[in-house]
Design a protein around this ligand. Sequence first.
Ligand SMILES: Nc1ncnc2c1ncn2[C@@H]1O[C@H](COP(=O)(O)OP(=O)(O)O)[C@@H](O)[C@H]1O
Ligand SMILES: [Mg+2]
Length: 272
Amino acid sequence: MNHALKRSEARTLTGLILGLSNVSLAIDGKKIIRDLSWQVREGENWVLVGPNGAGKTTLLGILNGYHWPSGGRATVLGKDFGSFDLRELRKRIGFVSSYISDWIPEEERVIDVVVSGRYASIRLWKDPPPQELAYANRVLRRVGCGRYGGARIGKLSQGEKQRVIIARALMARPRLMALDEPCAGLDLPGREKFLSAVARIAESGSPTMIYVTHRIEEIPAGFTHALLLREGRVTAKGRIDQVLNSRNLSACFRVGIKVSRWRKRYYALVDN
Ligand SMILES: Nc1ncnc2c1ncn2[C@@H]1O[C@H](COP(=O)(O)OP(=O)(O)O)[C@@H](O)[C@H]1O
Ligand SMILES: [Mg+2]
């Protein structure tokens, strides 16, 4: 093997954020994920799209170490399943979903909610060091919530809360951030501001993001790749502009879908 090849191989291996080979998962005898292979590399941002019950949330549960694959091989952030401490791994993956903000007491200050992301707990029990406070303010500004640090979280709109949850996830300096239907419950202006904040992070290239949704119009700009899932199987995957088309989405959702693209975003209509 020549040196150039070795070098390029090494680069590929270090840039691998997630590698699943023929992964399957059964829960109580029911097959939820079937023979799924997927590689996510540094610098890519993936949307994971499919109908309700396709297995999207379950698949994120595998990345987070919440579900153990029943078959195949899984590597997350360079670690093979079975060879590492899941608690350590979880600290390096940020998770955002629509219900995290429900767990946070309304009277909590926004800045404390964000700082607590550093310590993987909801509440803070001691004063954070000044550099952590400074970093918290930085990530709040990154999601367009720089003004809200001193506010009680209960005073914020649903969309602002979701952006604070992203800032909280960024606090742990994750290499990978997974978002599971993060727009659920947001009104249109709140959703659009939230999606702009996610798009800015996607376009910055770090952390790598995996964004789960069953709604095409909730896919933020800046995502480079898409994986379509139906009944636990991949129906299409690859570069987003090649995957998110009417033919692939119609096959995935089993209904005639017409997709259009407008200003880096995708929109879908049912067209039988
Ligand atoms: N803990 C569980 N026990 C049994 N079945 C489950 C469990 N979690 C999910 N499922 C089933 O797995 C399938 C996929 O669910 P899910 O991953 O939540 O889909 P999605 O997020 O795509 O809507 C569904 O049929 C669901 O009923
Ligand atoms: Mg789900």
